[in-house]
Design a protein around this ligand. Structure first.
Ligand SMILES: [Zn+2]
Length: 105
């Protein structure tokens, strides 16, 4: 299962390579076939803002609801790490590659 390059429309990106392309705010990674840079498209940004919002809500809840500072710290760290991991998995298997907004360098 490979992802299609938005420039040459060849299936050149493995799931791991696609996840490492980063978001549209980043520089992206060059396509192995045509050499032009690719990033994860808008769906990746929508998904990551949703999971970051959930992680933030869980963190606030843990901070307010847990009596033990250690327990709340563990829950906050786990929710942030979990959202990063879920975003990475989303980029690996879902969403489409797009052309970066910043095309220079
Ligand atoms: Zn290409």
């Amino acid at each position: 299962m490979k992802h299609e390059c938005p420039h040459c429309h060849e299936k050149t990106f493995t799931p791991l390579q696609k996840a490492l392309c980063g978001s549209m705010r980043g520089r992206g990674k060059p396509c192995p076939n045509c050499g032009r840079r690719c990033v994860n498209g808008m769906s990746s940004i929508y998904f990551s803002s949703a999971t970051t919002g959930i992680a933030l809500a869980v963190s606030i809840f843990a901070y307010l609801a847990m009596e033990s500072k250690l327990t709340s710290s563990i829950i906050i760290a786990a929710s942030i790490a979990g959202s990063l991991l879920i975003n990475f998995l989303f980029d690996m298997f879902f969403g489409k590659l797009a052309e970066p907004i910043r095309t220079m360098q």
